[in-house]
Design a protein around this ligand. Structure first.
Ligand SMILES: [Mg+2]
Length: 276
């Protein structure tokens, strides 16, 4: 090979190597975008079926709201705050069940996208999470204010309020439904509520619904912080089950990156299984 041709081959090789490089993950990921011959949401099927069919899912939701009610009764009997009492609740998979949207993604073989999420929201047909409606009506009857702090988009405010009102959730009005603006972190919205209220409970399916120390963290960090806050769960923090999605998947399994190929995501999922 002539020297000129040789250097051209070397240059192309270096460019290819640079183009293929990605930050290190726990396991080398495949370089192909192929879907491995299976639908891209196949891994989600069992999680959605569990939420939609398992009595254990319903029982866990009832358990969460039963514990929440017992805690509220204790707070009402023991608090000495001059400020009005309030609860901060997330919406999706905490108050409203969006498993039909996940079912649709699986059947249509598509990933989450803002247009399809908006389309689902506009239907205003999400049903209450088991136990939720009775609980929020109960706390409202006790004079406790409810704020819904959700990372639904601002454009979804009207349909979100309509959906909540349709089922009879209390405080389903703009002043009490705080959706995502410029940041998905919920701490600024929590602080805003805390200026005029004594927040006695936070309810959510994602640990970032409770404390900013869970924002944008790895699985190891999230688990470490959960251990540190162990005493809060079942008292100040009430957790609902969500096997379908959450920061445990995006920040945890996929390490906070959204540009993995389907094959890379599949490889990462398998690489993080912990066999004996
Ligand atoms: Mg949620």
């Amino acid at each position: 090979m002539k020297p000129k041709a040789l250097s051209a081959v070397m240059l192309i090789s270096v460019m290819l190597l640079l183009g293929c490089s990605k930050p290190q993950t726990t396991q080398p990921a495949p370089t192909t975008d192929a879907h491995l011959g299976i639908p891209i949401k196949e891994h989600l099927v069992l999680a959605v079926l569990w939420q939609q069919h398992a009595a254990e899912y319903r029982a866990l939701c009832y358990q969460a709201y039963n514990v929440a009610k017992q805690r509220i009764d204790w707070v009402l009997a023991n608090h000495d705050s001059d400020l009005p009492l309030a609860i901060i609740a997330d919406i999706d998979e905490t108050v409203l069940d969006n498993s039909p949207y996940s079912s649709r993604m699986i059947l249509d073989d598509i990933n989450y996208s803002r247009p399809t999420w908006y389309e689902w929201g506009r239907k205003e047909s999400a049903k209450p999470v088991p136990g939720a409606l009775d609980f929020y009506r109960y706390v409202a009857d006790q004079g406790i204010t409810v704020f819904y702090v959700s990372n639904r988009y601002q454009e979804q405010l009207t349909e979100t309020i309509n959906n909540l009102q349709h089922h009879g959730f209390p405080f389903a009005q703009a002043a009490h439904v705080l959706l995502k603006t410029e940041t998905s972190g919920k701490e600024p919205r929590r602080q805003q509520i805390l200026t005029e209220h004594e927040v006695v409970m936070l309810i959510g399916d994602n640990l970032s619904d409770f404390h900013q120390d869970f924002d944008d963290r790895s699985s190891a960090e999230r688990n470490h912080t959960a251990k540190k806050m162990q005493q809060q769960f079942g008292s100040r923090y009430i957790v609902l089950p969500n096997p379908m999605y959450g920061d445990w998947e995006t920040d945890g399994l996929y390490e906070g990156r959204y540009d993995w190929s389907e094959a890379e995501k599949a490889a990462m999922r398998r690489s993080k299984l912990l066999p004996d």
